[in-house]
Write a protein that binds this ligand. Structure first.
Ligand code: ZN
Length: 136
């Protein structure tokens, strides 16, 4: 079951540059900066209520985020929903003919297990489902 919107992912050229707006402009606090080598991405997490803002900066020019920035520029990259049973959610989506980018969960930031759904099946929004690694 999906529990809430966990975070909104925003692609940026530079976390060092972008965090100034989120910290000085919006007054949010950067909780942590974390690299996810599997996704070739550096992430910065900010909390706002029960939701997070995840800034995504490419770690290399062949990062999917680098490709996104090149094509679309900075902006909203994905919306992530928190799941309490990722496998079951993925199976349900598969059964309803949703195109999955990750057929099975992969490692995401914060030790979460994540899976992306294809924007072609989600009305244009890259959608992530994430599940905490262990009970938090
Ligand atoms: Zn995310």
């Amino acid at each position: 079951m999906l529990k809430k919107v966990d975070h909104i992912g925003i692609a940026v050229h530079s976390i060092a540059e972008a965090r100034k707006f989120y910290e000085d402009g919006l007054g949010l606090t950067c909780e942590r900066i974390e690299e996810v080598p599997q996704q070739k991405v550096r992430t910065a997490f900010f909390s706002i209520g029960e939701t997070h803002i995840e800034l995504l900066e490419p770690m290399s020019s062949d990062s999917p985020i680098a490709g996104f920035l090149e094509k679309r520029g900075e902006g909203i990259h994905h919306i992530a929903y928190l799941s309490d049973d990722l496998e079951q959610n993925l199976q349900g989506l598969r059964d309803s003919n949703c195109r999955l980018i990750n057929e099975s969960p992969v490692a995401g930031a914060g030790g979460k297990r994540i899976a992306f759904l294809h924007p072609k099946s989600t009305h244009g929004v890259l959608t992530e489902l994430c599940e905490p690694k262990s009970e938090e």
